[in-house]
Design a protein around this ligand. Sequence first.
Ligand SMILES: Cc1cc2nc3c(=O)[nH]c(=O)nc-3n(C[C@H](O)[C@H](O)[C@H](O)COP(=O)(O)OP(=O)(O)OC[C@H]3O[C@@H](n4cnc5c(N)ncnc54)[C@H](O)[C@@H]3O)c2cc1C
Length: 320
Amino acid sequence: MPNIAVFIEQRDGKFKKVAWQMLSEAKRITAASGGEVWAVCLGADPAAEAAKYGADKVFTATGDSFGIYNSELWGAALAQFCTAQKPDLLLIGSTAMGKDLGPKVAAKLDCACISDAVGLTYEGGWTVRRPIYAGKCYIDVEPVTDLAVVGIRPNAFVLEEAAGAGAVEAFTPDLSAIEPKAVVQSIEAGEGGRVELTEAEIVVSGGRGIKGPENYALIEKLADALGAAAGASRAVVDAGWVDYSHQVGQTGKTVGPNLYIACGISGAIQHLAGMSSSKCIVAINKDANAPIFKAADYGVVADLFDVVPALTEEVIKLKG
Ligand SMILES: Cc1cc2nc3c(=O)[nH]c(=O)nc-3n(C[C@H](O)[C@H](O)[C@H](O)COP(=O)(O)OP(=O)(O)OC[C@H]3O[C@@H](n4cnc5c(N)ncnc54)[C@H](O)[C@@H]3O)c2cc1C
């Protein structure tokens, strides 16, 4: 019976949604196959929420080492956790932190490391599905080590509440022998206020069709009206119209909101790789043959400079 450990990522005490998605999927698997779901968190206590999404046990380590993220300390702590508790899988979100942390833990434990996974099945052994060639096809990987560290794409799994026992377990890693070679002293937050792309329920993205940096404000206005995050295609980022942190796609962020509104985006495979798992896709494009319409649930063949401001106005009116 497999025991699945899930790393609960937090920054400044705020937990990442992907952690609850991974718990939900782990619970679905153990409900069918037996075994337990363990939440493991460094630097904050996720017990209440972790139990809500199915954690049978919650391991929390606190202390000065777990303030600002440090890959050497956090990697050693997770490796010690795995050595002591012996889970069959350690799931880590494929976030900026997770992509750094997962391979470090796997290297320390000399075990399989599979990144960017979107599917997990257990039939006596594990099969991990991940996209290759920019999402053109999938590969099924079967780890052969006792433990596998698996990076999970945000929004690959459906969030579902399923009560777990949430028993709090002591976890005190010994990090006294580790002297980190690099320590982050402080973090300066960038311009904020808007919802983070990978966490957003609604994303409004602009592509080269917006014509210039000054028109990205149209995208931001609609995003603000909807309480959404603002994204962009790589063409817009490469042109320097918006910051890279907005880029959606193969070399940007992967999003999976309930609603994705693509404005003036052609729908290149590399853009689709980052947003095709969105529940509902609306495309606004003046070219009826744009490939984005093949991925879209609703298509508006029109000039975005007419549609986006009108839509924004309607949303503002509706919201009073
Ligand atoms: C290795 C690699 C990685 C990549 N990674 C990414 C990635 O992460 N994310 C990404 O997005 N791309 C990525 N790309 C680039 C990708 O191939 C496309 O070039 C890019 O997505 C195109 O951006 P776009 O759709 O905004 O621009 P275009 O392809 O130029 O499309 C603009 C669209 O706007 C429409 N339009 C123009 N004017 C209007 C108007 N007034 N109203 C309505 N519609 C209008 C046009 O009909 C057109 O369909 C990558 C490419 C490579 C090779």
